[in-house]
Design a protein around this ligand. Structure first.
Ligand SMILES: Cc1cc2nc3c(=O)[nH]c(=O)nc-3n(C[C@H](O)[C@H](O)[C@H](O)COP(=O)(O)O)c2cc1C
Length: 204
């Protein structure tokens, strides 16, 4: 990362602008680099008064629209929870940078349209295959099973066969409402908060 927080703090040159720019860099990098910790954040939904958490892959980040995107099966618990309550939290942590980023957002679930098509087309055949499972994800089975039809386990699924999964595919696009940034420091942690309005303008 380009921002050296420790050095900036020592030199008294750290600003909120620099922090925010470095957050965008970490998230943008996480969306395209599978070896970066920000590639696999934890997301939280609300259901029956409980926080439900799980890891997902950050598939896309749109800075202009402040959108964070992940993919899931439309039948999954997380998507059903988001349909009932669109509040979606994101948790990122990079142990090398010693930076935690917590984001509050509101999600919409897309099953058609331009963004949906782009994201479906961006999926590799291996990823598309996961959406061909016939039962709802998490269905209890007698024996351990991925739920993927046998013929697609034994050989690679073809492009046209993979289209079977499209009906089960969902894109969760969530708009950032606020960001909490934390830098771990042995002699005292530093945090910053950013809030965004409907127009994307920072409130503080
Ligand atoms: C590294 C990693 C990445 C994952 N990425 C996704 C993902 O992008 N989408 C998804 O639906 N599940 C993903 N999962 C699985 C979820 O964490 C979760 O176990 C599963 O989707 C069931 O969640 P739910 O019952 O809350 O819907 C991932 C798990 C791991 C460990």
């Amino acid at each position: 990362m380009t921002l050296n927080v420790k050095k900036e703090l020592e030199q008294n040159t750290l600003t909120l602008e620099k922090v925010l720019t470095s957050i965008w860099e970490l998230i943008s990098d996480g969306a395209v680099n599978s070896n970066k910790p920000f590639h696999t954040p934890v997301i939280g939904t609300v259901s029956n008064d409980s926080a439900k958490i799980r890891t997902v892959v950050l598939r896309k980040f749109d800075l202009e629209k402040l959108l964070l995107i992940f993919h899931a099966d439309i039948r999954s618990n997380k998507i059903q929870e988001l349909i009932e309550n669109s509040n979606l939290s994101w948790l990122f942590y990079d142990p090398t940078e010693r930076i935690q980023v917590r984001i509050l957002s509101t999600a919409i679930i897309l099953t058609e349209g331009e963004l949906f098509e782009t994201q479906w087309n961006s999926n590799q055949l291996m990823s598309r295959r996961c959406y061909t499972i016939t039962e709802k994800p998490g269905t209890i089975t007698k024996f351990p099973s991925s739920g993927i039809p046998n013929q697609f386990v034994e050989r690679l699924i073809t492009e046209s066969e993979s289209e079977l999964g499209k009906n089960n595919f969902a894109v969760a696009a969530s708009r950032i409402k606020s960001i909490n940034w934390l830098f771990l420091k042995s002699n005292g942690n530093i945090s910053a908060e950013f809030n965004f309005t409907e127009n994307g303008i920072i409130q503080n």
